[in-house]
Design a protein around this ligand. Structure first.
Ligand code: GUN
Length: 285
């Protein structure tokens, strides 16, 4: 028997229903949660991502504003837009889609967002809250991964989690969230000497490197949970993750669990963005 599939579409549907109810309750009190999405330039993938974010808001009763700007927008003009949205009481979350054109410093833009409206959880303030265990807005993708792991019903506490990847947006916050959930955490990356040595000991593997077949069947322990954050294309152009899916699923056996690509982590990222926007609206002064 192969491992069971963790269905991110079904989990998203359930969580989004709850989020929609919270948004409705806020709207009744005259505080409809509002998200502003800023897109600079004409990267086609980014355009698809932001459209999906705005559509998800509309489907769940959140107010949203999509601002698109030409790639030539000055950094100072973008900072002015962020300042205006910081002051706008109808907006509780601000998301500046990455990547930005090269003449704009992303760190400067993220730092300009009011931390209470930082629904990406990318700011130094949000990272510090996560690091120190304070409440705050958590980065959407790793926060979604925690929800996927929790959905298996096997507690995270006391388990050995191996995170592959150390980005500021996924790997590092993922490790901290797992630590906060009382896992023993190992972080592996491109300079790790023997990746398979670590992953074979893992109860939970989260892989976020953006390279196909990073996790293969001989690298996992039967019974483990594998979360695949990767979004890649195979030689025939089909979406695939960082895990060699079918062989790994077989190697995990009946007590294992694995997320598919697509249909695993992907839908959870937008779900947690909606959750963060509602949380920010609930906490707004
Ligand atoms: N670009 C790709 N993913 C993301 C994301 O989650 N947030 C932002 N702001 N930009 C992105």
């Amino acid at each position: 028997m192969t491992a069971r599939i963790i269905d991110g579409v079904a989990l998203s549907r359930a969580l989004r229903a709850e989020i929609g109810e919270r948004a409705g309750a806020l709207a009744e009190r005259g505080r409809r949660p509002g998200l502003a999405v800023l897109l600079v330039g004409d990267d086609p993938a980014s355009a698809v991502y932001v459209r999906n974010k705005v559509r998800a808001c509309a489907e769940h009763g959140l107010h949203s504003v999509l601002e698109t700007h030409p790639a030539t927008l000055a950094e100072s003009a973008l900072l002015d837009r962020v300042a205006a949205l910081n002051a706008d009481p109808a907006i509780h979350g601000i998301l500046v889609q990455m990547p930005l054109p090269r003449h704009i410093d992303p760190a400067k833009v993220i730092a300009a967002i009011d931390p209470r409206k930082d629904v990406d959880g990318f700011s130094v303030a949000s990272a510090g809250e996560l690091m120190t265990g304070l409440p705050g807005l958590r980065p959407c993708t790793p926060w979604g991964c925690i929800k996927l792991i929790e959905s298996t019903g096997v507690p995270i506490r006391g388990r050995h989690a191996v995170v592959i990847g150390r980005s500021n947006t996924v790997g590092k916050p993922m490790a901290l969230l797992l630590l906060q959930a009382h896992a023993t955490v190992t972080v592996c990356h491109s300079a790790t000497a023997d990746l398979a040595h670590h992953t074979r000991q893992a109860d939970i593997v989260v892989v976020a490197v953006g390279r196909r077949h990073t996790v293969r069947a001989d690298m996992v322990r039967p019974g483990a949970t594998v979360i695949d954050v990767g979004i890649n294309r195979d030689e025939s152009g089909r979406l695939c993750g960082d895990v060699d899916f079918e062989p790994v699923r077989a190697a995990l056996g009946p007590d294992g669990a694995i997320t598919p690509v697509p249909g695993g982590v992907g839908p959870m990222t937008i779900t947690m963005l909606l959750a963060n926007t509602v949380q920010a609206a609930e906490a707004a002064p």
